[in-house]
Ligand binder design. Structure first.
Ligand code: SAH
Length: 392
């Protein structure tokens, strides 16, 4: 095993249990670790401080343990996956009415570089680091051991999430079983989830609680679900008693998925219509003054250098919604960009509100749900920010 020695003082963040080591913090490497190897980390004075997966790149090591005696093996994965399961059970996510949830949220579950989402009897596993990719078979076995009463199929989906320079050549495919049942339950609602071709692992589980809040506000209101993807907010709004729901996404595949999910739950429901159109064009042209608008755009800033443009994007988008929403309207507005802070997002929305000259009050400040836990030592793990606004 290779040993990595840090520059003087660069162990401070690790002492506070932050799980990343940046390449600039490294003084020297004893040995020649390959990408994905487990390495031991030492301070400049030679004291052991942590161990983790090594990778070439800005984040050079993702910490797996702060204990020298810990061995990163099959038993380690079983233990951590067991803890992940226990948490989801304790917060009431594994029930007859709900079999859609995130089982592993990377650093939030002490498994940096790994995401596992559950859709009924299928788990979708996604590696974001070379180390997790190399452990995928062991992880799949461990997952099956921990979840054998729940999971029959494990689909691995990492072609788009691993650094391509690492020459890992990941292939998407089943590591266990092979399911043709694509319907899963969230809060008693059915969703057709396409983990084979859909975005991310197939569904945006992180909006579950926020969708449920929309349901509470939907009764008697006309609703616009902008950036609908699989139509999650639309389906909840319909169950909540919305008088009309319009779903919009620039992708025709997304509107097809939305129509399918509406039909799955409500059959032919004349209250719903979906439009494959660009958000900005739709908002410019729209004449209906909706009572409730949801804005859940894709991450406008994927990197720090895109922050300025992203903030402008949020400002423009929200300004259009403020201009067009009906009096007494409710606006759910989100940012899922990790690079944008809660404060920055709020300022962008504040500026948009001021431009519209509407009177606006904050009713709720939203975030990601409990199955996307944030390790308190890794604040970067908090990425989803939302505001529910009352617009007079
Ligand atoms: N609200 C969804 C997730 C949204 S993901 C849910 O609860 O599941 C973001 C969506 O925005 C994607 O489906 C993408 O196709 C769509 N999108 C991206 N750019 C867009 C644009 N300019 N106009 C409309 N939709 C867009």
């Amino acid at each position: 095993m290779a040993n990595i020695y840090l520059k003087t003082g660069k162990e401070e963040s690790l002492k506070r249990f932050h799980p990343w080591v940046f390449s600039g913090a490294i003084a020297r490497i004893d040995g020649q670790p390959e990408e994905g190897d487990v390495v031991d980390l030492y301070t400049a004075r030679g004291e052991f401080i942590a161990k983790g997966h090594y990778q070439v790149g800005s984040i050079a090591v993702r910490v797996l343990s702060f204990h020298q005696a810990d061995v990163i093996d099959y038993a380690h994965w079983v233990r951590l996956l067991g803890l992940a399961r226990t948490l989801r059970e304790r917060i009431g996510l594994l029930t007859p009415a709900n079999n859609t949830f995130r089982l592993v949220h990377g650093e939030g579950d002490h498994l940096p570089g790994l995401i596992i989402d559950l859709y009924g009897r299928t788990a979708v596993m996604q590696a974001h680091s070379a180390g997790m990719h190399r452990c995928r078979m062991e992880l799949a076995r461990a997952l099956h051991e921990v979840m054998s009463d729940v999971v029959d199929h494990i689909y691995y989906k990492s072609e788009a999430t691993l650094p391509f320079k690492a020459d890992l050549f990941p292939e998407n495919g089943y590591l266990l079983g092979g399911s043709d049942h694509f319907v899963a339950l969230e809060n008693g609602l059915q969703f057709h989830i396409d983990w084979l071709k859909g975005q991310k692992t197939g569904f945006f589980i992180d909006q579950r609680d926020n969708r449920a809040l929309t349901e509470r506000y939907a009764a008697g209101r006309s609703v616009l679900n902008m950036f609908c993807y699989t139509g999650g907010f639309s389906v909840y709004a319909l169950r909540g008693g919305a008088t009309l729901v319009h779903s919009v996404d620039s992708s025709a595949k997304a509107t097809t998925l939305t129509n399918r999910n509406v039909e799955l739950n409500f059959g032919a429901d004349s209250r719903h219509a979906a439009y494959a159109e660009d958000a900005f064009k739709f908002l410019d042209a729209m004449e209906h003054r909706y009572d409730l608008i949801v804005l859940d755009p894709p991450a406008f800033a994927k990197h720090r250098d895109a922050v300025h443009n992203a903030l402008q994007g949020y400002r423009k988008l929200n300004a259009k919604a403020f201009d067009k929403i009906g009096a007494g309207g409710i606006l759910f507005t989100f940012s899922c960009s990790q690079a944008i802070s809660r404060e920055q997002f709020r300022t962008a929305v504040f500026t948009a509100a001021a431009l519209s000259k509407r009177r606006v009050r904050i009713l709720h400040q939203l975030t990601q749900p409990a199955d996307h836990p944030v390790n308190i030592y890794h604040p970067e793990g908090e990425y989803l920010k939302g505001l529910v606004l009352y617009v007079e």
